[in-house]
Design a protein around this ligand. Structure first.
Ligand code: 5AD
Length: 378
C-alpha cells in the first residue's frame, strides 16, 4: 500500500490520503511503520502551523444538562450536585487567562437552558470589551437565534463535537428525551443524519470558526466509521478538531458496558461482534496524526482525555503526533469535581502551578506558547 513502504519509504503525504489509506493506518500495528505516520504528522504540523502551541483557557461554566448522553458523567438523569457560575466568576477566570497570556477562553457547559441567551450575550460582550481574548463557545445544540446573537456580541468560534458519523451508533448513545427536541432532524436513528453535523454547517454560515471531533473507542465504534469521521473533518473544512479517547464512567450506561460483568443498562442494540476500536492512547494519537495529514492547517488540541488515559506522556504524545493546541482548565477548583464528565478528569491543581508545568513541558519538547488569538491561518 502507498505510504506504507517500511524502512526507507516515504512519509504519508499531507495531501490526498484516501479513505482506504486512512482506514489502513487506523488498523496498522507495526511500530516501525507507525513511526512513519508520527514523523509525517509532526513534519506537516511543523510546516503548516509551526512550533507555537496555542493556549485556550477552559471555563466549565455550568454542569446542568438537559441531554442524557450514554457516556457522559454529567448526563441530565444523574442525581448529582450541579452548579452554574456567575458572570463575575467567569470574568475572574477570563482575567486569569489574560494574565497568563492565553489567547482564547472556551466557555463550555452542559446543554443548559438556564444559561439564557441573554446571559451568554452579556458575558461574551463583556469579555470582548474588557479583554483581548478570543471567545470560543461550546454550549451544545442551541437555537439559531441564540447563535446569531452570540456571534453579533463578538463570539469567534463554536465547538460541537459530532462524536461519531455513524448514524446508528450516534442514535444509540444519544437518546432523545421528551423536553429536548433535536435541533434539525425530526428524530434520531439510522435514517436520520447526525443533527450536530447539520448544525455545524449553520454555525459556519453565521460567521463562526467551527470545531468538531470524536471520541475514540466508543463501544460499538468500528475502524470503518472512524475513517469516515476523519474524511468528514476534511469535508466540513473544520478550523478546530478535538479527538480524545472514550473514558468509561462507571455511573453511565456506556461505562457499565465497558466494565466486564456489569449490566449495560439502557443501551439497546449494542452489537459486540463488530470490529471494535480500542479506546487507547495509541489509537487516539493515530487519529490525531491522520487528522493533521488530512486537515493540515487545522487547530488540533492534545486533549485532557488523552492526558487522562496516559498520565505520564499523553499530552506530549498528542503534541508530537500532530496537535498544536493545549486547553488548560481554568474552572474554579470548587466546581471541578462537579464537572466530572469522565473519571480522573477533575484533577484539581493550582492554575499557576499547572501553567509552570505546561511551560516546562513545551520547553522540553521544543515548542513555544502561541501568541495572540491563534485562529486558523488558511
Ligand atoms: N469519555 C471521553 N470523553 C467524554 N466526553 C464526554 N464524556 C466522555 C467520556 N466518557 C467528551 C465528549 C464531549 C466533551 C465535552 O467531553 O467528547 O463532547
Amino acid at each position: 500500500m502507498r505510504l506504507l513502504q517500511g524502512k526507507g519509504g516515504t512519509h504519508p503525504g499531507s495531501k490526498g490520503l484516501t479513505r482506504d489509506e486512512v482506514l489502513a493506518w487506523l488498523k496498522e500495528e507495526e511500530e516501525l511503520r507507525l513511526e512513519f505516520l508520527w514523523q509525517g504528522a509532526d513534519q506537516t504540523r511543523c510546516e503548516r502551523v509551526g512550533g507555537e502551541v496555542h493556549l485556550r483557557g477552559l471555563i466549565e461554566l455550568s454542569s446542568y444538562c438537559r441531554r442524557d448522553c450514554h457516556y457522559c458523567g454529567i448526563r441530565g438523569s444523574r442525581k448529582i450536585e450541579r452548579y452554574r457560575m456567575t458572570e463575575g466568576e467567569v470574568m475572574g477566570c477570563a482575567r486569569t487567562a489574560q494574565k497568563l497570556e492565553y489567547g482564547t477562553v472556551v466557555l463550555q457547559s452542559g446543554e443548559d437552558l438556564g444559561l439564557t441567551g441573554d446571559f451568554i450575550t452579556a458575558l461574551v460582550r463583556r469579555i470582548k470589551t474588557e479583554t483581548p481574548l478570543a471567545v470560543t463557545l461550546s454550549l451544545g445544540e442551541r437555537s439559531r437565534e441564540e447563535l446569531t446573537e452570540w456571534r453579533a456580541a463578538g463570539a469567534d468560534r463554536y465547538l460541537l463535537k459530532h462524536e461519531t458519523s455513524d448514524p446508528e451508533l450516534f442514535a444509540r448513545i444519544h437518546p432523545e428525551n421528551g423536553d429536548c427536541p433535536r435541533s434539525s432532524a425530526r428524530g434520531t436513528g439510522p435514517s436520520f443524519p447526525n443533527p450536530r453535523i447539520e448544525l455545524l454547517k449553520q454555525v459556519r454560515e453565521l460567521g463562526y470558526e467551527i470545531g468538531s471531533g470524536v471520541m475514540v473507542g466508543i463501544p460499538g465504534q468500528s475502524h470503518e466509521s472512524l475513517a469516515d469521521d476523519i474524511m468528514l473533518f476534511r469535508d466540513l473544512d473544520l478550523e478546530m478538531i478535538g479527538c480524545g479517547p472514550f473514558v468509561p464512567h462507571p455511573e453511565t450506561p456506556l461505562g457499565r458496558l465497558a466494565v466486564p460483568g456489569e449490566s449495560p443498562g439502557t443501551v439497546p442494540g449494542f452489537d459486540s461482534a463488530r470490529s471494535q476500536v480500542p479506546a487507547t492512547d495509541l489509537m487516539t494519537t493515530k487519529v490525531v496524526a491522520l487528522t493533521r495529514l488530512v486537515c493540515p492547517d487545522a487547530n488540533i488540541p492534545s486533549t485532557t482525555a488523552l492526558a487522562t488515559v496516559n498520565k505520564e506522556h499523553g499530552r506530549e504524545l498528542g503534541l508530537e503526533r500532530g496537535a498544536n493546541v493545549w486547553m488548560p482548565n481554568l474552572t474554579p477548583p470548587k466546581y471541578r469535581a462537579l464537572y466530572e464528565i469522565y473519571p480522573g478528569k477533575a484533577l484539581v491543581i493550582d492554575t499557576e502551578q499547572f501553567h509552570a508545568n505546561l511551560l516546562a513541558t513545551l520547553q522540553r519538547i521544543g515548542r513555544v506558547p502561541g501568541k495572540g488569538p491563534g485562529s486558523r491561518k488558511r
